[in-house]
Ligand binder design. Structure first.
Ligand SMILES: Cc1cc2nc3c(=O)[nH]c(=O)nc-3n(C[C@H](O)[C@H](O)[C@H](O)COP(=O)(O)OP(=O)(O)OC[C@H]3O[C@@H](n4cnc5c(N)ncnc54)[C@H](O)[C@@H]3O)c2cc1C
Length: 387
C-alpha cells in the first residue's frame, strides 16, 4: 500500500472533524462551552492521539510529523473547533519527553494525552517572580521522599489541579541557581492548601498555594537534584514558544471579531470605516498579526535548521503580548463609553465580553515572564548583546 499523501491526510482530517465535532462546539475556545459536548469531543480527539499530535504513540500521542500536525491545526481552526491544551500538553509534557526518565514518561504522559490529569506550575513566590532563582520553598529529603514547606503565588489553575510541577530549594547553601530542584507531586494531600485570588476581570483563575509538610516521591525529581534550574528554563522556553506561536489567545475565543466590532461601533462611510484614525489602527493591527505569524513561521524554520536557539520564543511572546493588548485597546477605543460596562442592561453581551477581555489581556505582558524580562532574554541570548 502506498503511503498516505498530505492531501489524503487532510481529506481524512476534514471527514473526521465533520463526523465528530458537534455544531455547538464550532465557536472557538469559549469558556462557556457545553460540558457534555466538550467531554465527548475531548474523548474523541484523545482516541486519535490528537490532543498531543506530535508525541510518540506509545505515550498516547498521534505520532504525526510536523506537516501533518500543522494541517490538523489548520483544519481545526478553520471550523473554530475548541483546541485542547493544558499545562501538561504545552509545558510539562514536552519537558518530560526531553528530560524525564522512561518511568516518568510512562507514568505521566499518557494521562496528559488523554486530558485526564490537570497540572499547575509552581514557580513564582512572593519574593521570586522575575528573579525566579531567589525562590525559598524548601524540600528536605526523608527516606525516599521529599518534605516540602513554603509558599507559591499566582499559580494558575491550582484550585483545580491534580498535580503540580514545582521548583524547590534543596541546597540552601549553594549559589542560588545551583540549589534548585524540579519536582512533581500531587495537590490532593495533607500539607497543601490552596487559596484563590480574584483578578481584575472578575475571574479567580489563580491562587496562592501553601505547603506545610507536603510530600513528593524522590523518583519524581525531573533532572538532577540541585540541577533543576536547567529543567525550569527549558520548560519556560516551551511556555514562551507556545504563547508566541499561538494565534489569537483570548481573542480567538470572543463572540465577535475585532473588525466586526469596530465596524458596528463606528459605522461605515462610502463603504469604508468612518473614522480614519481607527481605520489606520485596524489596518496596522491586521498587519502586525500577519507579520507576527510569518515571523514565527520563519523562526520555527530557523530553529529546526539550527540557525537560532530556543530563546527565539521570547521574541514571539513579547510581540504576541503587545499585539493582543493593542487589539483590546483598539476595541475599547471604538466602543467609547460602551466599553466601560461591567454588567447590566445598558450594554450588549459582546461589549461586556470585550471589556473583560481588555482587562484580562493586561496580564499577558506579565505571565510567562514580563515584557522586560523577554527583552532581556532577546538582548542577551538572541542578539548576543554584552551584559
Ligand atoms: C495571569 C497570570 C498567570 C500566572 N500564572 C503563573 C503560574 O501558573 N505559575 C507561576 O509560577 N507563576 C505565574 N504567574 C506569575 C508570573 O510568572 C510573574 O508575575 C512574573 O514572572 C513577574 O513576577 P512578579 O509578579 O513577581 O513581578 P516582579 O518580578 O516583581 O516585577 C515587577 C516589575 O519589575 C520589572 N522587572 C523585574 N526585574 C527586571 C529586570 N531584571 N529588568 C527589567 N525589568 C525588571 C518587571 O518587568 C515588572 O514590570 C502568573 C502571572 C499572571 C499575571
Amino acid at each position: 500500500m502506498s503511503p498516505e499523501t498530505l492531501e489524503e491526510f487532510q481529506q481524512g482530517v476534514r471527514s473526521w472533524i465533520d463526523e465528530n465535532l458537534p455544531a455547538d462546539l464550532r465557536v472557538g475556545n469559549r469558556k462557556d462551552l457545553p460540558g457534555d459536548s466538550l467531554g465527548k469531543w475531548i474523548k474523541a480527539v484523545a482516541s486519535k492521539g490528537w490532543v498531543t499530535p506530535q508525541w510518540p504513540t506509545e505515550y498516547g500521542g498521534g505520532g504525526l510529523d510536523r506537516k501533518q500536525a500543522a494541517i490538523l491545526m489548520k483544519e481545526l481552526k478553520a471550523v473554530r473547533a475548541p483546541i485542547i491544551s493544558s499545562f501538561g500538553t504545552s509545558m510539562l509534557g514536552p519537558t518530560l519527553l526531553e528530560l524525564g526518565t522512561d518511568e516518568q514518561k510512562q507514568e505521566f504522559l499518557p494521562a496528559i494525552s488523554r486530558h485526564e490529569v490537570k497540572w499547575c506550575q509552581g514557580y513564582s513566590e512572593p519574593g521570586a517572580g522575575s528573579d525566579l532563582a531567589s525562590l525559598q520553598t524548601r524540600a528536605v529529603k526523608e527516606g525516599d521522599e521529599y518534605v516540602i514547606t513554603g509558599q507559591k503565588i499566582w499559580t494558575t489553575g491550582a484550585d483545580k489541579a491534580d498535580w503540580i510541577f514545582c521548583l524547590v530549594r534543596t541546597d540552601p547553601d549553594a549559589p542560588k541557581h545551583e540549589g534548585i530542584t524540579f519536582i512533581l507531586f500531587p495537590m490532593h494531600q495533607d500539607g497543601v492548601e490552596v487559596s484563590p485570588l480574584t483578578l481584575i476581570d472578575g475571574s479567580a483563575e489563580f491562587s496562592q498555594v501553601f505547603f506545610n509538610g507536603a510530600r513528593a516521591k524522590a523518583n519524581h525529581v525531573v533532572g538532577p537534584v540541585n540541577g533543576g534550574w536547567t529543567v525550569a528554563k527549558r520548560l519556560l522556553q516551551h511556555e514562551r514558544t507556545t504563547d508566541g506561536g499561538s494565534e489569537g489567545g483570548i481573542t480567538g475565543a470572543l463572540k465577535e471579531n475585532l473588525t466586526d466590532i469596530v465596524k458596528r461601533e463606528i459605522g461605515l462611510k462610502d463603504g469604508i470605516l468612518a473614522d480614519p484614525t481607527l481605520r489606520q489602527r485596524l489596518a496596522a493591527q491586521e498587519l502586525e498579526a500577519r507579520a507576527l505569524s510569518l515571523t514565527m513561521r520563519r523562526a520555527g524554520e530557523e530553529l529546526r535548521s539550527g540557525q537560532v536557539g530556543r530563546d527565539i520564543g521570547s521574541l514571539g511572546k513579547y510581540r504576541w503580548a503587545n499585539m493582543v493588548k493593542n487589539e483590546q485597546d483598539l476595541a475599547m477605543a471604538a466602543m467609547g463609553a460602551q466599553g466601560l460596562g461591567w454588567s447590566g442592561p445598558g450594554f450588549e453581551d459582546t461589549q461586556l465580553e470585550r471589556t473583560r477581555a481588555w482587562l484580562t489581556t493586561r496580564a499577558d505582558s506579565i505571565w510567562g515572564g514580563t515584557n522586560e524580562v523577554q527583552m532581556n532574554v532577546i538582548a542577551k541570548r538572541v542578539l548576543k548583546m554584552p551584559e
